[in-house]
Structure formats: structure tokens, C-alpha cells
Design a protein around this ligand. Structure first.
Ligand code: NAP
Length: 300
């Protein structure tokens, strides 16, 4: 059986769990893009989540050592969010497991303006391993691949967010930064704080999507307590409602209404604009389109 040595620990290269890179949350919004880019570049990538063939479950630490054997560099996306109370302890235990398994380098997806996320970042930064933090603003893809997609498709998005501006970032850009951090040793031990290139309100974003799809889509600001009560009626679990309450009433208070240059630092180019994100999402067929409003006029 072939053996390879990673940071002093001999592991089996033929083990089903062995990977040069591993991605936790490999089917998620950034994870799937990171896996796809690494594989396209010819790297060996172990895709991890609760449903992967090598299972990794944040709620079952017994699954972690098998998943990390033979891994050199690990991309970590935490569930449901680093803002939850359990996150710091989980990240601490994951770092210890990674050290025991001989992992060399960790890249953590973090969120801006969250105390819990900053505590989790510090666990990596003060570990014995090489690290990167990719600290991201709200994803543009929340409008197409997550909880806001339903409102966009139905024609009315209701959220407890008024005039606050957010620099929505494209997850394709985040994935490119993560891949750069994973594959370029000169970028190690740095925080990349990544945002889009413009500050936009939620209503601005909905207006851009409406304009490009040719559809009428309303944005309505609703009081947080009514919104949370509606989520409870829809059987959304209490811990997820608490998390959404923190995100909408604390994190979205304007503290993140500034642009940063993490994408320029890592990739040497400007971030993707929200309008470009909308255009490619339309081409991918993720939203309905009113052809009558978007079709070019027939030439005479
Ligand atoms: N969304 C944003 O705007 C935003 C902004 C900044 C930072 N973040 C951070 O990004 C991270 C990902 O958040 P997201 O909401 O965007 O999700 P996401 O990346 O779309 O995550 C879903 C992925 O996590 C896996 N997963 C779910 N529960 C799991 C568990 N218990 N154990 C292991 N894997 C699990 C899912 O696969 P399976 O179902 O197969 O397990 C799937 O691969 C969070 O830590 C969040 O704080 C998000």
C-alpha cells in the first residue's frame, strides 16, 4: 500500500478519506465552487458534508478524524453560522483534530461584524497551524441559492431590513480568494476581508433583479418581531430564528456598511458587481424571466 507522509504523520494515500485538499460544506454556496475550481486545476479534493461518502458532521465530532486523515489543506465553512454559541468550541476542537491528523493549513470562511466569528478566527490565528481567514460580507447568492430566492421567484421579498446598505459579495469571487489562499503559500497567515464593489440596500438589489428579469418584484420592510413570528408559524426551528434575529437586528445595523479591498489583495482585480452577478444568474436560469419585457425589439 502506498504511504505518504504529511507533517510527520504517515497516512495511507489509498485511504478513501485521503485528499490533498478537503472542503467542509462541499455542496454549499462557496464550498461547491471551491471544489469545482480545485478539481479543474487538477488537485485531489475530498468533498465533505453530512451527505458525502466520507461523512463530516459538525454535530458528531466522532466523524472528524476519519474525514481529516491525509488532508494537507482544509477549507472550513461552519454550520449554521459562526455567530452561534457553540461555534468557538467546535472550531477549537476541529483545530485540535486537524493538528492530530497532520493537517498543515486551515482556511476559515468567516462573517463580518459578528463577535462569535471573531472568536473563531482567533482560534485559528493562535493555533500552531498555518491559516487564512476569508471574512465575507453578505453573499449576493442569498438572492438566488438561499432563503431569499423564494421571495424573488414569488415576486415579493419581505425582510426586517430597511435603509441599511451592505456590500453584497459574489460567492464566485469568494471561491477564487479561497482557492488562492489554499494554493499560494505566499498568501498564508493573512485575513482577506472581502466585499463587493458597491453599497446597496436590499431594495436596490431587488430593483436590479426586477429590471434585468423584466418582472415586477416588490421589496417590503417588515418589523423584525412580526417576521420572526411568521417564521415560527412556518416551523423554522428556534435556534435558526435566534440566529436570524441576531443577523438582522444586530449585524445589519450599518456596522458593515463599508467596502474593503480583500479581493484586490488576493486576486489583483476588482470584485464582481451586483449587476454582473444578476446577469450571470439569469443566464444560469435560476430565476423566471418575463420575455416580453426583456426581449430586444424586432428590427423593422
Ligand atoms: N450566507 C451569507 O451571506 C454568509 C456571509 C458570510 C459568512 N457566511 C458563513 O458561511 C457559512 C456557510 O453558510 P451558508 O448559510 O451560506 O451555507 P452553505 O455554504 O450553503 O452551506 C451548506 C453546506 O453545509 C453542509 N452542512 C449543513 N449542515 C452541516 C453539518 N451539521 N455538518 C456538516 N456539514 C453541514 C451542507 O451539506 P449537507 O446538507 O450534505 O450536510 C452544505 O454542503 C456559515 O458559517 C456562515 O456564517 C455566510
Amino acid at each position: 500500500m502506498t504511504q505518504r507522509t504529511i507533517t510527520g504523520s504517515a497516512v495511507s494515500a489509498s485511504s478513501s478519506a485521503a485528499g490533498e485538499f478537503a472542503v467542509i460544506g462541499a455542496s454549499g454556496k462557496t464550498g461547491q465552487r471551491v471544489v469545482q475550481r480545485l478539481r479543474a486545476a487538477g488537485h485531489n479534493v475530498l468533498a465533505l458534508s453530512r451527505s458525502s461518502s466520507t461523512a463530516f458532521d459538525w454535530h458528531h465530532p466522532a466523524t472528524w478524524p476519519d474525514a481529516l486523515q491525509g488532508v494537507q489543506s482544509l477549507y472550513i465553512t461552519y454550520q449554521p453560522d459562526l455567530a452561534v454559541a457553540q461555534a468557538e468550541a467546535d472550531i477549537r476542537q476541529l483545530v485540535r483534530t486537524a493538528e492530530d491528523c497532520g493537517v498543515e493549513h486551515l482556511v476559515l470562511l468567516s462573517g463580518r461584524g459578528e463577535d462569535g466569528a471573531q472568536r473563531a478566527e482567533q482560534v485559528l490565528i493562535s493555533s500552531n497551524l498555518q491559516w487564512n481567514v476569508v471574512r465575507a460580507s453578505w453573499f449576493a447568492q442569498n438572492f438566488s441559492e438561499s432563503f431569499m430566492a423564494e421571495g424573488i421567484i414569488s415576486g415579493e421579498l419581505c425582510l426586517p431590513a430597511g435603509a441599511v446598505q451592505e456590500p453584497f459579495v459574489d460567492t464566485d469571487d469568494i471561491a477564487n480568494v479561497v482557492v488562492a489562499a489554499l494554493t499560494q503559500p505566499t498568501l498564508r497567515n493573512r485575513v482577506f476581508e472581502v466585499t463587493g464593489p458597491q453599497l446597496l440596500t436590499f431594495a436596490d438589489c431587488v430593483a436590479e433583479i426586477a429590471q434585468q428579469t423584466g418582472r415586477t418584484i416588490h421589496y417590503r420592510t417588515v418589523p423584525a418581531d412580526l417576521w420572526l413570528a411568521a417564521l415560527a408559524q412556518q416551523q423554522v426551528p428556534a435556534d435558526i430564528r435566534d440566529l436570524l434575529q441576531e443577523l438582522f437586528t444586530q449585524v445589519l445595523d450599518g456596522r458593515n456598511s463599508q467596502l474593503t479591498n480583500g479581493i484586490q489583495q488576493a486576486l489583483g482585480r476588482q470584485p464582481t458587481s451586483f449587476a454582473e452577478y444578476v446577469s450571470k444568474t439569469l443566464k444560469a436560469g435560476l430565476w423566471p424571466v418575463d420575455e416580453r419585457q426583456t426581449a430586444a425589439p424586432a428590427s423593422a
